[in-house]
Every structure is written in structure tokens, then in C-alpha cells.
Design a protein. Sequence first.
Length: 238
Amino acid sequence: MRRTRQDNADMVDAVEAVDWDSFPGPADYYRPAAAREGLRSIARARGRLEAASAASRLAGGGIIHDHSGTVLPSAVSATPFLLQIAQTSDSAVQEAALELIEDALNFRPSPGFFRTQDEVRLCCAIADHVHVHRPALGRLGHRSRALISTAQEHWRIDIQETCDDGADLLAFGTVAGTVAGTPQAAELHTDSGIALLSTMTVEYPPVGGHGQICVRITDLKLPEFHPKATLYKADCGE
């Protein structure tokens, strides 16, 4: 599926509706106008030259700062636009959009700009958008599959139910991404804030492609835990 003129206009309107000036970022790197103009240009781009010109704005302080290898908070809000553009554009624009997202996942944030307003690490928030689009991305070719593979490392577990088995806490929920089977640290996000869990182990992994998972948490008791919380990989981004 390719974009029509109306699709382009709708995309540009959506980009313009975002207040890019409101995003935090290091003063030496972040350029709100580059985010706005770069996304507007890549939404309209046709062919390699236009795609490269738009991508250079986004990589020069719009969503990443490529010379320093820095990802900027604006990349989280830009990613859904780039994913949509990648799915509806010619191959040159698609490649440029996917490369920008992968760079955003792989680059490091500046000190003090590690997280979104919801306290999710930038890389995990970007990966969340990729997880949502995974079925469509899987049909786009090698670069999109490489992006999916990178995003899989940034897992998220949405907890739906918990129980105490007498020794540890078992948490049941749905997972996006791939959780290693070995014990690892995790971040627990609840309405009360963020808690670092030193040891989380997969008790029952997803089966047959379904996202249901059970994990064992050894350093947290049931009264302290809130169902419908979220677990993230602990060693991302920083």
C-alpha cells in the first residue's frame, strides 16, 4: 500500500499537531525545528534524494544526534510516524525511516534525558511502538526484520495477576519482546513509582507464539505488588 496525497496531508497535519518545542533534550543537540521539518519532509518524500535530505534533518538533532550517537526524547513520539511512513512508502523512504528507528534504539541518551514523562526508558518506549507494528513490519524485508530483532531485546511484561506460592511471587501477564530464560534484574512500574527487582526468572515462557508468560520474582512480597503493573528490562539505555 502506498500513500495518496490525502494520506500525505493527514500525516503532515498530525506532525504539525505535535508540540515538538515541548520535548526536553540537551541544548547542544536537540533542534525542535529539525524534528518537525524532518518528519514533514519524509512524509512527503519520493525517492532516495528526498528521503536522504529528510533523514539528515532528523539525524542532525531532530530525533537523534548521529555525530555523537545520541538518542533524543523526541524520538519516542516520532517513531509511530516513521513506522507508518515505512509501511506506505517507496523502498528508499522505507529504508531511511527504518534506519532512523534502529539508530534511535541503538544510540544512548544524554545524562538527564534517559526517560519519557512516564518514566519509561527511551529505548523501551521506542521498542513498544515497534512491537505494536511487528506483524506488518515482518513483511517489509531484511531491514525491517533487523529492526524487529533489535526491538525484541527490549521486552515488556504487562502483569494481569499475581500469587504468592509460599516462597516467591509469581506474576502472570502478556509479554512483548523476548525475555531471557536466565535470572535477571527488572524494573517494576506501578502507580507508586519504579522499583528495581534484583532477580526475576521466567517460570513459564510463551508457547506457540502466544504472549502469555509467568515470571518468578524472589525479592518482592504480594502486599507490596500491584496487579496490572508493568515489568521492563532493567539494564537498558544507561
